[in-house]
Ligand binder design. Structure first.
Ligand SMILES: Nc1ncnc2c1ncn2[C@@H]1O[C@H](COP(=O)(O)OP(=O)(O)OP(=O)(O)O)[C@@H](O)[C@H]1O
Ligand SMILES: [Mg+2]
Length: 296
């Protein structure tokens, strides 16, 4: 897969760069004001950069420094000490890891093949045939890397059947609210999508309370109306789905979205089921934009 490196700083950079690295590290609890004074003295004495002086004094780790630099350049990610989200969200906690790199490579491919090919291309459903293949993991982390690129991103948890502990609400540690099921039942609108603290540009619409009739709800016109409302506010809309083999939900969602990405997990996903799901989606007119081999 070709990797495209984004050389453009994300929007908001100029405001962000006015904060010094020292200010950012004090504000996030990595350094005390006294540490900053010591680092300043070492900087002057050895004529070196702030980061190098802090490392020489062993007041910071390389990870702390990467974190501060990313904040200074408006690239949102969370420090290890911040436990506001689940650690499964590697794009937020370890953006420079191999998985982070791969997620950005997938983002580039999806931009080239889908989002950049037509202004109307804004929605993608993440689908796979079986349980536990990483749809929710890939959907959440991809949503984060799109948001980090400055795209106004909405992640919709379309898995109305998931147990609470496997939901996007749990991963992003969000409030339990009416969510998607409430919107589909005409009890709320897009305003119930929640911002994610520390990750600007990202909003998550939780699945909401588990309804008795997920498939029937997803087939309602209110789903289409929700997507139309979201089109006006977001650049990228990703939808997590339940497994495609046991239920028709994923197909209904993908047909609404118009496009899907197939997630397959090495040593777990079964080829015949994956091929069958791909064929069913294509028969319903869904554009299969690509596939992600999730090798965890
Ligand atoms: N690439 C990965 N790296 C590390 N952990 C992963 C990866 N992909 C998935 N996982 C982990 O595997 C487990 C199952 O993943 P996930 O919940 O995303 O699958 P799913 O397809 O959404 O499952 P479900 O059928 O329950 O909806 C989770 O604990 C998740 O954190
Ligand atoms: Mg899931």
């Amino acid at each position: 897969m070709n990797k495209v490196i984004n050389l453009n700083p994300p929007p908001g950079t100029s405001a962000a760069t006015t904060r010094s690295i020292g200010d950012i590290l004090v504000a996030t609890g990595h350094l005390s004001a006294a540490d900053v004074v010591r680092i300043g003295e070492r900087q002057k004495q050895d004529q070196i950069q702030f980061g190098d002086a802090a490392l020489a004094l062993k007041l910071l780790s390389k990870a702390d420094l990467d974190f501060a630099l990313s904040q200074q350049f408006g690239y949102a990610y969370l420090s290890d000490q911040d436990t506001s989200l689940s650690s499964e969200l590697v794009a937020a906690y370890k953006p420079f890891s191999r998985v982070g790199e791969n997620l950005r490579a997938v983002r580039s491919q999806l931009m080239l093949r889908w989002f950049n090919t037509d202004p109307a291309h804004k929605v993608l459903a993440l689908v796979s045939p079986g349980r536990g293949e990483g749809r929710s993991f890939v959907a959440a982390n991809l949503a984060i890397v799109f948001a980090q690129q400055g795209q106004r991103t909405l992640l919709i948890d379309g898995d109305l059947r998931s147990q609470a502990h496997r939901s996007q609400q749990t991963m992003f540690k969000l409030e339990r609210n009416v969510g998607l099921s409430g919107i589909l039942a005409d009890r709320a609108g897009l305003e119930v999508a929640q911002a994610v603290p520390g990750l600007p540009n990202l909003n998550v619409l939780t699945a909401g309370p588990t309804p008795p009739n997920p498939q029937e709800l997803l087939g309602r016109p209110s789903f289409g109306q929700l997507l139309i409302a979201a089109y006006g506010k977001f650049d990228v809309i990703l939808i997590d789905t339940p497994c495609g083999t046991d239920y028709a939900d994923a197909e209904i969602i993908a047909a609404r979205a118009g496009a899907a990405v197939l997630v397959a997990r090495q040593n777990k996903s079964l080829l015949p089921q994956t091929t069958q799901l791909a064929r069913r989606l294509q028969d319903s007119g869904v554009a299969l934009v690509g596939s992600v081999l999730n090798d965890a």
